[in-house]
Design a protein around this ligand. Structure first.
Ligand code: NDP
Length: 327
């Protein structure tokens, strides 16, 4: 038995509980890991509260991220005692996840804990931070340079947003943070934002094209926000789309793409190939000022994960949540 969050769905309804879990619930795999830290991402919030169709098999242990030490293994790359990180691959959705003291999974899904980070720091970054890095890599791949102009980050106080602001600022970009929490402006400026804009200006249905402003954007919000960001992106600018905090829809026109040559780059962290993950983690080690993680992080125990999941979805959590699964 081990402690964890368990999601069940049956005649009594959908529910998440903090409980003792039988080893029989562990998934298939060639590596078993003693989990040290996990995190709460937006997707974990949806899974725990049942507000989004994230969990596709029951019972399920949520948690799309974890870091820990290999306890038993038949995988050649991960002997007992190695420190390993897991992000995505359907873990916490179709395969029992990281919000527990133990996990069993395919070694091919793991990456070694980068030497630049402690286990706790790796989870302070988590899927949110690794996705922020994928967004930055996509901006670079499409040729956006620091001198090109302002880069907008939407949902800036969230996990992806906070890390994106910090990385982009460190790389020399001029970052404008869009937020519904102006009271957190000082926090965003300490992460490196050069300016703050009210997210309300992007939230409502807008015109097909607006005044050109952004050389690039990291959008974590979707819906009207993404449409309006595309409509105000400069000629040949690049918008990376990774999130749906406002909505899954995209009520946009093709005008920014066919009249201004704007590129809309989709970002997926879940099935992202291993080589790209390794690059993202290497770049995080180089381009993220780890001292800023302390500013971003709220630490909780596993028993607090359920209530914190609701707070996260309600936009009451700033930055990142790390979960100590052993308290
Ligand atoms: P968080 O909850 O930490 O951050 C989301 C932020 O979005 C909030 O802090 C808030 O920022 C803003 N926001 C919330 N509701 C609204 C709204 N109705 N309208 C506009 N802005 C809103 O989530 P994460 O950072 O973990 O994830 C962000 C998004 O990215 C999620 O949709 C998540 O599913 C997605 N994601 C996708 C990945 C992928 O692989 N594509 C990987 C990781 C995340 P503020 O208060 O500053 O306005």
């Amino acid at each position: 038995m081990f402690k964890g969050i368990l999601i069940e769905k049956d005649d009594a309804g959908y529910r998440a509980t903090y409980t003792d879990i039988d080893d029989a619930v562990l998934g298939d795999g060639d590596v078993t890991v003693r989990v040290e830290w996990s995190t709460l991402n937006y997707k974990d919030g949806l899974a725990i509260t049942g507000k989004g169709p994230v969990v596709r098999r029951f019972p399920m242990v949520p948690g799309i991220d974890m870091v820990g030490t290999v306890e038993s293994s038949t995988h050649p790359d991960y002997p007992v005692g190695d420190a390993v990180v897991l992000n995505g691959w359907g873990v916490g959705e179709v395969h029992p996840g990281g919000l527990a003291q133990r996990i069993r999974l395919k070694g091919d899904w793991l990456v070694p804990l980068p030497t630049a980070f402690s286990a706790r720091q790796a989870m302070a970054i988590g899927t949110a931070g690794y996705t922020a890095m994928l967004c930055v890599l996509a901006l670079e791949r499409h040729g956006v340079k620091p001198d090109d102009g302002e880069i907008l980050v939407t949902g800036a106080n969230g996990g992806v947003g906070s890390v994106a602001v910090a990385i982009l600022a460190r790389l020399g970009y001029t970052v404008i943070a869009s937020t519904g929490r102006p009271q957190e402006s000082d926090y965003l400026k300490r992460l490196g934002a050069a300016g703050i804009v009210d997210r309300a200006q992007f939230s409502e249905p807008g015109r097909p094209l607006g005044k050109e402003r952004w050389a690039g954007a990291v959008d974590t919000v979707g819906s009207h926000t993404l449409a309006n960001v595309c409509a105000t992106t400069r000629y040949r600018g690049v918008v990376t789309a990774c999130g749906l905090a406002q909505g899954m829809d995209l009520p946009a026109s093709v005008a920014p793409f066919i009249l201004r040559g704007v590129t809309l780059a989709g970002i997926d962290s879940v099935m992202c190939p291993r080589e790209d993950r390794l690059v993202a983690w290497q770049r995080l080690a180089r381009d993220l000022d780890v001292s800023l993680l302390d500013l971003m992080v709220t630490e909780i125990g596993l028993g607090e994960a359920i209530e914190t999941a609701s707070a996260l979805l309600e936009g009451r959590v700033r930055g990142r949540v790390v979960v100590d699964v052993n308290r």
